[in-house]
Design a protein around this ligand. Sequence first.
Ligand SMILES: Cc1ncc(COP(=O)(O)O)c(C=O)c1O
Length: 426
Amino acid sequence: MTVTLVPPPAPRPPAVADPLDVLGVPGQVNLDYAATAPCARAAADAVAELLPWYASVHRGAGALSRRCTLAYERARQTVGDFLGARADDHVVFTRNTTDALNLLARALPAGTTVVTFGGEHHANLLPWPRGSVRLPVPPDPAGAVRALDAALGELRRPAPSGPRSAQQGPPVLVAVTAASNVTGERWPVAELARVARRHGARIAVDAAQLAPHAPVDVAALDVDYLALSGHKLYAPFGAGVLVGRADWLDAAPPYLAGGGATSHVGAATHDVRWATGPARHEAGTPNLLGAVALAAVCAALADADRVALHDAEQALLTRLREGFAALPHVLELRMFGPAAPRVGIVSFVVAGRDSAEVAAALAATYDIGVRDGLFCAHPLARRLLDEAAARAGRRDLPPTALRASIGLGSTTGHVDRLLAALAALA
Ligand SMILES: Cc1ncc(COP(=O)(O)O)c(C=O)c1O
């Protein structure tokens, strides 16, 4: 008998983990990314790597502390680069988008008028001062540009005894979302920025829903401020960011008063000099792990083929929307029109069924997680529900809606499971 010696198989090279893989629980279909996206491996790894070193930030001379301080400031740089921050912009870490927009609201120079549209998330409707202008939701993106032009023209019309140039009038800030959290539809941010510029107004962009799906660049869009949340960008460690012009931020009272935000505190009660720069608005020990996780995802996305990611997501979104269209009892909500550019978010209703009950049944019977309600955008969601009922000529739509949202890690299997469940539930 001859024995052939078969060489043992060569050890397999370790699989290279994709930093943009997302963590999750097998069997659970998460279609609620717009509320909070799952954790990307990049974020989890960055946190795990830093944890042994975890120590104070900007407050210690030890090796651990110095490393943490460096990691925090590097994170600031990475996030700023990812968002196209200009050299003289501030990148302020916050808790989330809501926090970032509230910070900006507190930093507005006295007498600033804020102009928004009624399609905003509450985070971009409620922080603004009294006297803010809320424009109606336009029928399409071009209508948004025209409406803003007209509104700013009106606001900037010189009073007989007032300043002659728009640039000299009281400050105006336009605050607009880049992508709707209700319908996923994209707002024409670059065009709105051009209009704002022409009228001597500033513009702030709520990028909470666009940034997870498409590149957003402050300088390229020529916008003044941008806000987003780490937990919607695959970095669920409680950090957000406000990026933008330094002058208003440096002139404003600190968002939080306390340690780290001062350059001098004397013995007398009011003998305080506040720091300038991001530190002015970051009093207290910062969220190091949140900042580092957010930066890790930004770096991974910056290295990724975002066109390919976008195309894959759009293909899934089309499958989802076509699937909804084929279900006679399912109606999609929309603002601008069926073909308007949008990210991976779709709100819908099941005619004749309560949305909370449908969401509960999807979870209990099919292990599918979606959101139900009015999505913290009550004026918009109510309006879209009324419009959907009118379009379909139905009187049996529920008063709240459902929302499915996708992103990294979403698959055709997930989409098909939702469609099959909805078909079965009806
Ligand atoms: C468009 C938009 N803006 C702001 C927010 C508020 O985000 P956060 O809850 O992270 O502050 C959300 C959250 O859903 C959102 O979708």
